[in-house]
Design a protein around this ligand. Structure first.
Ligand SMILES: [Mg+2]
Length: 326
């Protein structure tokens, strides 16, 4: 059957999910969305987990400007909270599992927990338990969060042909933050702040819940995540690269608006919300940019490039665990 690397992330998850069997009450939505959905009486709970691994998601090299263990804890919390936001939910509590090499300084893990505490305090996520184990390899931190949604959660599967595709905030900062020279310029510092300390969009997710037909968070980049939403909804997508929202700092660092928008198309770990909205539906008070629309042909996964050419999203590049990344 070959290795997990050869199989790739999507196929591996599909295969493992089949082995787990069909969902049963109280679970209503299982593998395949940002969170699992559980119905308990008249309450709707959300359940999700995320892992950060040394060397893959963060560095501990003291000479690297991206090394900040407090920010690692923050990002671990933020990525989990972002999955709750993507369903229109709010946090209840979390537990953490920490695998550490014996030689790790205690201050490093204390700093990571401090960052987790910071993002938890800010967004109302208490950490109420966990586990610490030794690992003969790079450190790994896993958080599992429990949340709740007031009303119906927004799934990835509710998009319909003709719906508008929109994103919150601006895109591309995280990817740009990880690459290039950190020269200490104002623009670079702004991107570093965005990349290392992402803000989970909980309030925006809750505000969008009444209007959105589908929603997910952008963790692996628009070119990778949008086809996931489209497949779940059974529709196609057409995105206009020229409409992707980018910050002035990103334009400065990339040298042109077009180059910045290419970063925005493929950049991962932005933790903004990707949302689809029926045309004419009321737009809540959320910073939203309409970037395209859903189409009736599920095989259409296209973007309109800077020169007006139609190209498959798969040619844009992006992040894939185990797979080829660019
Ligand atoms: Mg997600």
């Amino acid at each position: 059957m070959g290795s997990v690397g050869a199989m790739g992330e999507e196929a591996l998850i599909e295969r493992l999910a089949r082995g787990l069997g069909a969902v049963q009450p109280p679970v209503e939505v299982g593998v395949g969305d940002d969170c699992a959905v559980l119905r308990l009486g008249d309450r709707t709970l959300l359940f999700a987990t995320d892992t950060m691994v040394e060397g893959t998601h963060f560095t501990t090299d003291p000479t690297n400007p991206l090394t900040d263990l407090v920010a690692v804890g923050w990002r671990l919390g933020a990525s989990n909270l972002s999955d709750l936001a993507a369903m229109g939910g709010r946090p209840l509590a979390a537990v953490i599992s920490t695998a550490l090499p014996a030689e790790w300084p205690v201050t490093w893990v204390e700093q990571a927990y401090e960052g987790l505490r910071k993002v938890g305090d800010r967004h109302g996520l208490p950490i109420c338990g966990g586990d610490v184990v030794r690992i003969n390899g790079p450190a790994a931190l896993t958080l599992a969060v429990l949340g709740e949604v007031d009303g119906e959660p927004v799934l990835r599967s509710g998009g319909r042909p003709g719906d508008l595709i929109a994103v919150t905030g601006d895109l591309g900062a995280s990817r740009a933050c990880l690459r290039g020279v950190h020269d200490g310029s104002e623009s670079r510092v702004a991107l570093l702040r965005r990349g290392l300390w992402p803000m989970p969009r909980l309030e925006w997710g809750q505000a969008l819940r009444g209007s959105a037909s589908a929603m997910m968070d952008l963790s692996d980049g628009l070119a990778t995540d949008l086809p996931r939403l489209a497949r779940a909804s059974g529709v196609g997508v057409l995105v206009r690269e020229a409409d992707l929202p980018v910050s002035d700092a990103l334009v400065t660092v990339c040298g042109s608006r077009e180059a910045a928008q290419r970063e925005a198309l493929i950049g991962g770990e932005d933790y903004e919300l990707l949302v689809t909205l029926p045309k004419g539906s009321p737009l809540p008070e959320v910073p939203l940019s309409v970037i395209g629309e859903l189409t009736a042909a599920p095989s259409q996964m296209e973007f309109v490039g800077a020169n007006g050419e139609h190209r498959p999203l798969s040619e844009a590049g992006g992040w894939s665990h185990f797979g080829s990344a660019s």
